[in-house]
Design a protein around this ligand. Structure first.
Ligand code: EPZ
Length: 422
């Protein structure tokens, strides 16, 4: 397994490009199943998760071609295949469950391995299944798989018990080819939900209200392929902003989607970071000292849980006490023990972490446990004295493409070494 070595202390300077959003690209890959026409997805990030989704699409019968950021999916032969998302793919990447809606809506059947839990929590799919049943699907659980069938889904009103991004997206996709109109209430308002609605409408769907708490979908008979460039990744952008800030750097972050980042940018400004939107992107200057921040993760437009670990690292360098509360997932503090091994002073109390700073960090070997925890460890390495060695960086590669190459291009002292069993 690869490792990443970082010699801390370099101030980051220069320009860096934000890639296409992982959590938009994955759903657009699923949406391509709603048509038998081919689709082209541009600015598609070359991530492990995107390649895993391509393996699933190929398993379902799609022709896949992916080079230089352009992904072409031809789902023309899907109907002749067993429409199954197998355990080894679903356990690798939970987002596989969002092929359920498209397969059921276009082909009337799907067999999906139950995802099981993951590092950050149980992450059930009860809301997905309740919603699909409301649209007329027959849902059975057999031998660790959920088996769904429907002659044709029928539009209905469905109110989510809790806000779920994937549940909203699965139901939105399923309703596009249902007979009649569907009204989804208490839906997720994430930018990636809005982006999916844009893509589906480009395919010929009739969706309104995405980005608000109620989405209305008028069913149509057929959807067509699209050619679409994926929106920039707001979580990658937020991660890069913190990298520039904690190293007291001066970086222009190209294509940072500032309009989708108000909660994050507001907290970063509260911490004393200088943010200057420009035509080319967001200019970030790290202050001499950082102020502590308090935050609670919430569904969009609240503070995103995917930025929690990165903000916690920032808080370790702030002058004072910060309190960070994780309200979305039940086990998303696995970066805390690793950060404390680097010298941080973090105490977890239930769903809150109390961070006392500033604490000088000193490099050592650390273990990546999940995607965003890995990102916080990279950030830690950038400011720790001496060498930090990250192990199991496959977690990091799920959501950040060639991060070491890109950080090196703006002055980080970082390298990847391969093949060691760590
Ligand atoms: C999406 O996951 C993102 N993944 C996650 O990003 C992100 O953390 C999450 O939304 C929250 O913003 C993708 O978009 C591919 P949820 P998703 O359903 O859809 C509970 C990253 O780092 N829940 O909104 O799986 C669930 O357990 C990843 O890029 C139910 O109880 O998240 C969680 O506590 C990590 N029943 C909460 O809702 C359900 O049926 C929010 O989950 C569904 C969800």
């Amino acid at each position: 397994m690869d490792k990443i070595l970082i010699e801390g202390g370099a101030a980051l300077r220069g320009e860096i490009q934000v890639n296409g959003a992982k959590n938009a690209a994955l759903l657009i890959q699923c949406a391509s199943l709603l048509s038998h026409h081919p689709s082209t997805i541009r600015r598609c990030p070359p991530l492990t998760d995107v390649r895993t989704m391509n393996r699933l699409l190929a398993h379902l019968g799609c022709e896949i071609a992916f080079d230089d950021g352009a992904l072409r999916v031809d789902p023309g032969q899907v109907a002749q295949h067993d429409l199954e998302a197998p355990y080894d793919l679903v356990k690798t990447m939970r987002a596989s469950v969002t092929v359920m809606g498209p397969l059921l809506s276009r082909h009337g059947r799907a067999r999906i391995s139950l995802p099981g839990g993951c590092a950050i929590g149980a992450r059930p799919i009860d809301q997905h299944l309740r919603g699909l049943e409301a649209l007329g699907a027959k849902v059975e659980l057999n031998h660790g798989y959920v088996e769904l069938s429907a002659n044709r889904l029928v539009g209905n009103r469905f109110i989510f018990d809790k806000v779920t991004v994937g549940g909203t997206q699965n139901l939105m996709m399923a309703a596009t080819l249902a007979r009649g109109t569907t009204v989804l209430e208490n839906v997720a308002r994430e930018p990636e939900v809005r982006e999916l609605a844009i893509v589906l409408n480009k395919m010929g769907a009739k969706i309104s209200g995405a980005g608000t708490s109620t989405i209305e979908i008028e069913g149509v008979d057929e959807l067509f392929g699209i050619d679409h460039a994926v929106m920039p990744d707001r979580i990658e952008a937020g991660t890069l902003i913190i990298a520039a800030a904690i190293t007291k750097g001066d970086v222009l972050i190209r294509d940072a989607p500032v309009d989708d980042m108000h909660a994050v940018l507001s907290k970063l400004e509260d911490a004393g970071i200088l943010l200057e939107p420009t035509a080319a992107g967001l200019r970030v200057k790290g202050p001499e000292s950082l102020r502590p921040i308090d935050l609670e993760t919430r569904p969009h437009p609240g503070f995103p849980t995917d930025m929690q670990a990165q903000m916690m690292l920032l808080a370790t360098q702030a002058e004072g006490q910060s309190i960070i509360t994780e309200s979305i997932f039940e086990n998303r503090f696995m970066h805390v023990p690793e950060l404390n091994r680097l010298g941080a002073d973090i105490i977890v109390n239930g769903s809150s972490a109390i961070v006392r700073g500033p604490t000088p960090l000193s490099g050592t070997s650390v273990m990546c446990t999940d995607l965003r925890a890995s990102a916080s460890l990279v950030l830690a390495g950038l400011v720790a004295s001496g060498r930090t060695e990250l192990r199991r960086v496959y977690h990091l590669d799920r959501g950040y493409a060639s991060i070491e190459t890109r950080l090196k291009s703006i002055g980080a002292n970082i390298q990847r070494i391969g093949g060691d069993h760590g």
